[in-house]
Design a protein around this ligand. Structure first.
Ligand SMILES: [Cu+2]
Length: 118
């Protein structure tokens, strides 16, 4: 068994990394996908993040500024609310089960980004 990294690049969107398992029979099965979102003075970077349905996602949020109100991260559709200490990466894990767009927001629902699940 070997772990490989497949990278999917989509113009204007974050590079999402899919970690795949290659079985002895050569069948590729995605095990998890990762994304990294920085919260800086411009807001969420990137603000649109593509994910694949049915694959566990590990999304790292790292807040690098004190200039915005985004001191918490909320994923309402996935029952996630986490504090974002300055410069400390916070990994949120969830599995998107449905296609669609799913918001991530600050604690007051003012700053918004979205996961685009396909
Ligand atoms: Cu806010």
């Amino acid at each position: 068994m070997r772990k490989t990294v497949l990278q999917i690049g989509l113009a204007g969107f974050l590079l999402v990394t899919i970690f795949a398992l290659i079985t002895p029979g050569g069948v590729k099965r995605a095990r998890f996908q990762t994304a990294r979102i920085e919260i800086n003075a411009q807001g969420y970077q990137p603000v649109n993040v593509r994910l694949r349905r049915g694959v566990r996602a590990r999304v790292t949020f790292v807040r690098t500024t004190d200039l915005t109100c985004a001191k918490e991260i909320v994923l309402p559709d996935f029952n996630v609310r986490r504090a974002l200490p300055l410069n400390q990466p916070v990994v949120v894990s969830f599995t998107p089960q449905k296609k669609g767009t799913f918001a991530f927001t600050c604690g007051m629902n003012m700053m918004r980004g979205q996961f685009i699940v396909r």
